[in-house]
Design a protein around this ligand. Sequence first.
Ligand code: HEM
Length: 631
Amino acid sequence: MALLDPILDHKWVVLAAALLVYVSSIAVHRRFFHPLARVPGPFLPAVTKLYQSYYNGRYYLQIEKLHQKYGPIVRITPDEVHLSDAENYDKIYYMGTKYWKSPIYYNALCVPHSTFGTPPNEVHKIRRGALNPMFSRQKVLELEGIVQEKAEKVCARMQQGVDNGQPVDLHHAFRAVSVDVISDFAFDKCYDFLERDDIGATFFEMARGIGPALWAFQQFPSFQAMALKTPPWMAPYMSKPLGYVTGMQMECVRQIEGVQEKLRDNKDLGRQTIFTTLLTGEDKPEGYKIPTTWQLKDEAYSVLVAAADTTGNAMTVAAFNVLHNQSIYQKLVAELEEKFPDRSQRLSFVELERLPYLTAVIKEGLRLSFGVVGRLPRVVPQGGAEFNGHYIPGGYVVGMSSWMMHRDPHVFHDPERFDPERWLKSQEEFRRLDHNMIPFGRGTRQCVGMPLAYTELYVTLGTLFRRFPRGLRVFNTTPETMRDYEDFFSSYHPYSRREEWFRAYMETSEAIRSSLLEFWKVFIQATFSYGGSEMCVVAADETENPRRNIPKAVRRVFWRIIFYVLAIPPVGMCMSSEEPRLLNAIDKGEPGVAASPSRMGEFLLCRTPTSCFSYQTYELRIITAPSSTQS
Ligand code: HEM
C-alpha cells in the first residue's frame, strides 16, 4: 500500500497525466497508424472532429482551402476524406449505388424514420418506392395550380410594395412559396406564409436556430439521442427554436392522427396527401410497413425542410442576378413577352420550360445556390475503393460537394459569374456543363422533389418577370452578401436576418416615369407616321409641278439612305468593340449616351436623329418650293 501512497497523494496530477497519455496515443494512432493515415491533410482534422466543429457552418470553405493546399483528396475528419475531382462523382453517386449515407452525419439531422435520413440503401429503396408516386412529374403537373396560385401571391405582394413605395423581401417571399407549396401539395394544409406580415420570417429564423445542433450532434451523437427522447412539452424550455420546430412536428402528428381516424372509420380522405399515400398499403414496394404516427412525422418534417430553403435560395439567387444585371433582365423579359404577349395570362410550366433563356437563368440560379452547399458523405462499401491513387477501406467515409463541382473552373469558365449565355452556346456544351451540375445530387439518393422544384422555379420566376417587365431594382444588397452561405445541411444566407438583404423594389416614381416614357414613345411614333403621309398630301397639293417634283424628291430618299448606311461603318470603326467601358456600361444597363465610351458614341447617337430632321426639312423645301426656283 505504501507503494501507492505517492500516487494517491498526487491523484489529480496522475489522472491528468493518464488522460494526456490516452489522448496522445489516440492522436498518434489516428495520425500515423490509421487506415487513412496516408491520405494528405493537416494534423488536426486527422486526429479530432473538433477541427470541423470549430468551423461550424463554414467547414465547406475550409475544405476548399485544404484542397488548394493538399490536392484532390484530403482527410477532413479522422474517418472521412473529401474529393474534388469531378470524375469521382459518378463512382459514388449513381443509380443502384453500394455506398450508404453516412449514419453519423445523417443521424445528426434527427429524422431517422424519413426516406432522406435512412442510411442503409435496402431500407431506403422501400421507403423511396412508397414516396415516389407522390412527387412524380405527372403528379406535379396535375397539381400545378397550387404553384400557380403561390406565384400569383408573390406578384400581389410585389404590387403591394410598388403601390406603397416599399421594398419587398424576395428572399423570404421565395422561401415562403416553397413552404406554402409543399404544405399545400403534400399535407393539403397550406401554411400560408405568403399571407403573413412577416412572410414566414419566424419559421426561417427558427429553422436556422437549430442548424448548429447538426455539428454538435455529429461530435457528440449521444446528445442527438437525448434530443430525440425529449418530451415535446419540454422542448420550448430548452430552446426557443427547438420549441418552435417541435410545435410544428406536433401539428404534423395531429394531422396524421386525423387521417388515421378517417381510415379507421372508412371516411372520404379527400385529396391525396403524403399521409394518405404512406398510411395505406396499396401499390407499395415489397417489404413496406405502414409507419407509426411518430415515424411518419419524421417523413413529413424532412420533406418540409428539404423543400424550403433549397428551392427558395435557387429562386433568390436567380432573381437577384437578373435584377442586378439589367441586360439579363431585358433579355429574359424579351423572351417572355414574345412567348406570352398578354401580360396577365397564366404561364404554364410545360411552355415555360421550353424557353432557352429562362432555362439558362434557372440553371445558373441552381448552380450558384448549390442546393446543399456542404458535402454529401457516403460510406465506402466492403472491399474498399481507390480514389486519386489512394485506397480507402470499406466502412470509411468519402464525400463531395456542389460547392466545389459548380465552381470548377475547368468546366465553368469564370465560375463566380452569373452568366446564362454559357448555357446557350450549343447542345454539346449544354450537356457538358449539365454533367457537372449536381444541385439535386445524383443516382439512387437524388432529390425526390426535383420535378416540383423545377415547376416552382419556372412558374414563379416566369410569372414575376412577365408581370414586372421593367423597373424592378435590387435594394441594398451586394453580390458578396449573396455569395455567403452557412452550411447547416440546408444552406442559409447568414445576412437574411439583417436589414441589408435581397429585397427588390420598383420605385413608384420609376413606375410612373416608365409609363410616361412608354406613352411618349408611342405618341412620337404616331406623330411621325401620321406626319409622313400628311406631308405628301400637303406637298402634292401645294407644289407647282407635282408630277415632276414629287418623284424627284422620292428618288433622293434612296440615295440619302445609301449615304447614311455607308457612313456608319467608318464612324463605327473609330470605336473598339472591346472597349471595357462600353461593355461594362451595357452590363450595368446604363442607357443611351451614358453607355458611350467616347464622344464618338455621343456623336453617333445625336447625329442620327438630327440628320433625319434636316433631311425632312430639306426634302420638304424641294417639293414645296416653286419649280421656277429649282435648278
Ligand atoms: C431547388 C430545390 C431543391 C434542391 C436543390 C434539392 C436538393 C437535394 C439534394 C442535394 C438531395 C440529396 C441529399 C443527400 O444526398 O443527402 C435532396 C434530397 C431530397 N430532397 Fe431535395 N432539393 C430541392 C427541392 C426539394 C423539394 C421541393 C422537395 C419536396 C418534396 C425535396 C425533398 C427531398 C427529399 C425527400 C430528399 C431525400 C431523397 C432520398 O434520400 O431519397 N427537395 N434534395
